[in-house]
Structure formats: C-alpha cells, structure tokens
Design a protein around this ligand. Structure first.
Ligand SMILES: *Cc1c(COP(=O)(O)O)cnc(C)c1O
Length: 358
C-alpha cells in the first residue's frame, strides 16, 4: 500500500503552503508588524508568562481572552465569539461545518489562498470568480455565479489580500442579500483600513459572520484569530473546534497585549503613514504600477517580476512574488509595509534592480 493509492487525489494535487526562509533578510513578505512591544511591557509580559500554568490544560473557551477582545474591539454582547489558532483555523472550522456532499465554497480571485486550499481539504466544490483587471469586485459576475452555483459558503476578504483594496461596500451588501448561504467577511487587515468594517452590520444580515485576527496587528506569533457572529452560528461552529485550541501561553500573552491595544493601534497608525509614503515613492518610479491599498502591504507590477524578486532577494530584501499565482497577477509583487529603514532599503534595492536613480 502506497500513499498514492490511499491519499485523496485532490490532496495529492495540492502543494503545501510555502513559507520562504527569511534568515538574515529584511523581511517584508508576510504582513507582519515590524515593531515589538516596548521594553517595559515586555518585562511585564515576561512576569505573566512566568506564572502561566503550563502543566494544566488551558481554559477551553479562553473566556478572559474573549472578554479582552470584546473590550478592545467593541464587540456587542448580542454576538458570540469563537477563537481559532489563527483565523486560518476558523476558515477550516466553518468550511468543515458546512461541507455537505456537493456543497460549494465561492471566493473571488485573486484572494487569500487558504480559501481554496481549505475547500480542497474539506471536500467543498470551489468556485472562483475573477476580479476585474484593476482588482475591483466584478459584482455582476459574482451575482451570476451565486445564482448559478448556489454556494453554501462565500468568503470575502475586506480589504482583500493580495490586492490590498477594499471592495465597494454596496456591492458586498448586495452579495449578502443575494447569497443563499453563509457569507464570511474576513477583516484580517481591519487595523489599517481606516475603520472600514461590517461589525455594525451583523444585526442586518442573518447570513453574515465576521473573522478577524491579531496577526497583522502585531501578534502574529501568538496564532489567534476570532470569529464574531450571532450565537446560533457560533454554537454550531464551536462543535467542530478541537478542544483547547488556544494554548496557555497564547491566552496569557493575548490578554496582556489586548489590555494595551492602544500601543498596537499606534503602531498600526504609523504603518498606515508609512504605507502612504511608500506608495508615493513607488508611484514615482517609472515602470512600476502600484495599486491602492487599505492594508499593511502594497501590490505592484513591474516589467519582469521574477527577475526583480530574485534581484531583491540577492540584496537581502524578501518580498512576495505573486507572478504565476493567477493570470491577473501577471508580473505582480507584494511588499509588506515595514519600519522606515526597511522601506528605504526596499526602495533603494528596487531602484537598483530597475536601473533607476533613487
Ligand atoms: C493573513 C490572513 C489571514 C490569516 O491570519 P492568521 O490569523 O494569521 O491565520 C486570514 N485572512 C486573510 C485575508 C489574511 O491575509
């Protein structure tokens, strides 16, 4: 008996989620916050972690973390919260719960690759609807596909990854009204989106749940995502969640960091200012087309993305090459907004690669 004989063909066809080795590099590939917590807070956190009971299983519902999230992000008592080991795990939980035989998961393309991968893991039929060439939502195409495919589940990232834009709100509302199934709006980049959110719309749409994560806000290492929705939805999803999915150290550290969320929000505001400055510099470069962003990264197109990506890497700058991932991403690269010196190093290296004056 060989793996080829036993493993489902759709799994054999996948490639594992690739993470580039970033040792010694200026790391601008993964939408991380470049700043750490200030020293005094790190010292306080170390004390809390010292006292963490790692011999015990964690609180299975992480009630204190949920409370801290409510406080930090203004989540009303009318909604329940479910925590995930990263929002990746939440995507998997929601998909598993809805994966009836023949059921469909609809997403736009290009978007977050885990929607498609998790559709494959859970046996959902994946329906991808292309965005327009400027990455705006093709509302008519999405509504057509919804009508035709009747998807049980729709995932929409708001703002979208890897494109950075936030889709038109009215279009999303019309999709919510037309969808026969559940619509998950994934607000992973909420901290950088100038207040754009569907949190206040949960009451209006019975088929809406929201996902967020603390990863992009500065806590990527903790692996903590959260889903917010009406209690009836959350109660069902919670049956699919594995027990103790949020570990003791994450619970302690997340609680502490969320009590100081204003520090993280200040860092996010700095990154938004840096994004604007980086955008100006990119737009000033001949041969570069940068796309508007409401997130902590910028998508841009160059004449030869494979060559530029390799050249930057040679110069110690790691970004993300999206060329080959989707036809609409032809010659596209994605750079995460870093600290000012990192962004300057990126721009200098990019200019050298393109043969331009900095
Ligand atoms: C990064 C990202 C996530 C995953 O976040 P984790 O909480 O780190 O798993 C989810 N959705 C989108 C759109 C993302 O870009």
């Amino acid at each position: 008996m060989t793996p080829e004989q036993l493993i489902r063909p759709e799994i054999q066809r996948l490639s594992a989620y690739h993470v580039a080795d970033a040792t010694g590099m200026v790391k601008l590939d993964a939408m991380e916050n470049p700043y750490s917590l200030p020293d005094d807070l790190r010292a306080e956190l170390a004390e809390k972690l010292r006292d963490a009971a790692i011999n015990r299983y964690p609180d299975p519902h992480a009630v204190a973390v949920q409370q801290a999230l409510r406080q930090a992000f203004g989540i009303a008592p009318a909604y329940d919260i479910m925590l995930g080991n990263g929002s990746d795990e939440l995507i998997q939980i929601v998909a598993s719960a809805l994966a009836k035989p023949g059921a469909a998961l609809l997403a736009v393309e290009p978007s977050f690759v885990m929607y498609r991968m998790i559709a494959a893991f859970t046996g959902l039929r994946y329906v991808g609807v292309p965005l327009q060439t400027d990455f705006a939502l093709d509302e008519a195409a999405v509504l057509d596909a919804i009508e035709r495919e009747q998807p049980e589940l729709v995932f929409l990232a708001y703002p979208n990854n890897p494109t950075g834009n936030a889709f038109e709100r009215g279009a999303l509302e019309r999709i919510l009204a037309a969808a026969p199934g559940l619509v998950v709006i994934d607000e992973a980049y909420h901290a950088f989106a100038g207040g754009l959110s569907f949190l206040d719309d949960l009451a209006r749409f019975d088929n809406l749940v929201l996902m967020r994560t603390v990863s992009k806000l500065g806590l990527a290492g903790l692996r903590l995502g959260f889903l917010v929705g009406k209690p009836a939805w959350v109660a069902e999803f919670d049956k699919v969640r594995l027990p103790y999915n949020i570990n003791v150290l994450t619970q302690v550290a997340a609680r502490f960091a969320l009590e100081h969320v204003e520090v993280l929000e200040r860092q996010a505001a700095q990154l938004v200012a840096e994004r604007e400055s980086l955008m100006q510099k990119l737009c000033a470069l001949k041969d570069v087309r940068a796309f508007a962003s409401s997130a902590n990264f910028i998508l841009f197109r160059v004449p030869d993305a494979v060559r530029v990506f390799a050249g930057l890497k040679q110069r110690g700058i790691l970004i993300k090459n999206l060329h080959g991932g989707h036809p609409l991403l032809d010659n596209c690269l994605r750079v995460t907004v870093g600290a000012p010196q990192e962004n300057d190093a990126f721009i200098a290296a990019l200019c050298s690669e393109l043969g331009l004056e900095n």
